[in-house]
Design a protein around this ligand. Structure first.
Ligand code: ATP
Ligand code: MG
Length: 240
């Protein structure tokens, strides 16, 4: 579904991604772990061109998204993204947050968009919040709305950048539950997270990144129980 060839990213003199090669297949749940500053967010943001790669190529569903003729909006419709800090529009109700892109970008009728939004709200357990504003919601609720908003575009893949890192501990579980439901439905997902329990339970593959490279990867069992690389061992020793 996503093929990455020799992906390179520099911010000025800072070399953040150093030749990453990856193939994310349909239905995979890829969890990315690694120290702060290793390039996890930058990698995720390159996948949907929130950051422009400085080298290499990315194919999404067989089409190069790194050549100049790409249609960024079309691409982004097919990739849902969920951020650490929710990024909901504060001046809009929950319902308006969820229906905005389907109406504006997909030119969907308001009634249809709202029907889809209510179905999604039901799925994330927040039907009663449709007419609330983000500031009236808890962090966990905001993040579940952000997930519903991304799903409203019927994406082919969902990218998550530390979706639970800004949450109070008691709210982490409710967001992970929604994410696990998505896994059960077969959604292709790329998830940067420090939730190792989640990774162990649902990842089809774990990538360990350090200093702009994927140092080691494999099934969760291998990475967590039997890491090969000394840097992976060091990192895991600190967080587990
Ligand atoms: P964390 O776990 O703290 O979120 P990360 O692995 O996601 O870290 P990135 O956010 O990808 O790391 O950052 C990798 C490096 O690139 C860091 O040194 C960071 O300071 C730098 N960087 C990221 N975004 C920019 C930017 N827009 N301009 C300049 N430097 C940046
Ligand atoms: Mg990050």
């Amino acid at each position: 579904m996503i093929k990455v060839f020799n992906l390179d990213k520099k911010f000025g003199d800072l070399h953040v991604l150093k030749g990453i090669n990856e193939h994310i297949k349909k239905g995979e749940v890829v969890v990315i772990i690694g120290p702060s500053g290793s390039g996890k967010s930058t990698f995720l943001r390159c996948l949907n061109l929130l950051e422009e790669p400085t080298g290499g190529e990315i194919l999404f569903e067989g089409v190069s998204i790194t050549d100049n003729n790409k249609d960024i909006n079309k691409l982004r419709q097919k990739m849902g993204m969920v951020f650490q800090d929710f990024n909901l529009f504060p001046h809009m109700t929950v319902l308006e947050n969820i229906t905005l892109a389907p109406i504006k970008v997909k030119k969907m009728q308001k009634e249809e968009a709202e029907k889809i939004a209510f179905d999604l709200l039901e799925r994330v357990g927040l039907k009663d919040k449709a007419f609330s504003y983000p500031k009236q919601l808890s962090g966990g609720q905001k993040q579940r709305i952000a997930i519903a908003r991304a799903l409203a575009m019927s994406p082919d893949v969902m990218l998550f950048d530390e979706p639970t890192s800004a949450l109070d501990p008691e709210m982490v579980g409710e967001v992970l539950e929604v994410m696990k439901d998505l896994v059960a439905e077969g959604m292709t997902m790329v998830v940067v997270t420090h939730e190792m329990g989640f990774a162990r339970e649902v990842a089809t593959r774990v990538l360990f990144m350090d200093k702009g490279q994927v140092i080691e990867q494999g099934c969760p069992k291998k990475i967590f129980n039997n890491p090969e690389h000394s840097r992976t061992k060091e990192f895991l020793a600190k967080i587990l």
